[in-house]
Design a protein around this ligand. Sequence first.
Ligand code: SF4
Ligand code: SF4
Length: 317
Amino acid sequence: MLPKTMLGNTGIYVTKLGFGALVMGSMQANMQPEEGAKVLRRAFERGISFVDTAHVYGTYEHIRKAKEGWDEELVIATKTPASDYEKAEEHINYALCALDLESLDIMLLHAARAGEDVFDERAGAYQCLKDYKKKGLIKAIGVSTHNVGTVRVAGARDDVDVIHPLINMAGTGILGGTVGDMASAIEAASHNGKGIYAMKALAGGSLLERMDEAFKFVMGLPGIDAVVVGMVSEAEVDMNYRIFLGEAVSDEERQSTFKKKRLKIVEAYCKGCGKCVDACPNGALSMVEGKSSVDESKCLLCGYCTPRCPEFAIRVI
Ligand code: SF4
Ligand code: SF4
């Protein structure tokens, strides 16, 4: 049975393992809503009742279908990429309608790579989140970020309830500091009553082989309430659930789940720096028209290239 915990001082209880909807969306696996809903439903049946999504993931329909006829409590967190008030308002109303909800549990500024002045730069959008919280249409607000400085700033603000930071034991993707710096910023924010749920605990797939250790590392950090992990198959839900709870999972089971995976270059993120090409020991990557491209016949899914990408453009899905 998955334990639940209160996210900071929000009064919202979430399962310590949450479902990250990014990977099933159009940016990665591009699953059909019915297919995605089936995987989500499996997670609900396993007791995973916390779902993280975002306006840009394109997964509201998957989630809406999964919760149709599901009577037990779910907590859904989403995010807006808006900078101004009007756009944020549009995104809130779209989420309420597309997810078929009367109020949103958690709505964050989607600010993965933004710096610590994000609350000034996107003041209009954040004011909108605050106003909708006052109206009772959002229960908790905050920010998602890869940046240590942003966690520090958000952790000290009275108008932030929840922070969704990137952290993993390899330090992959952390901006503006080390793993230790991020861990300290998270701990300080938690001391200030902020709810913290982590992303990228498996470093975009490069820590899949060390999943047990990777979960333990993140969940053992002071101040982390929960972690969300992307899942695209029922087998993966089962495996994540069992490993998260510390159950034994055989190598055969792990391999059969990993076998279904492939490497994907998210073209929209790739800046064409070529660092991944140099990192691949198998000659599976090359530059094609300024973007990295993978030859799947040569790719062994070793994951050596994923942590070398500064843009987080390489995913094992
Ligand atoms: S390292 Fe990342 S950004 Fe650079 S070429 Fe490879 S995929 Fe693109
Ligand atoms: S996962 Fe391994 S084999 Fe595949 S492209 Fe990356 S480094 Fe090369």
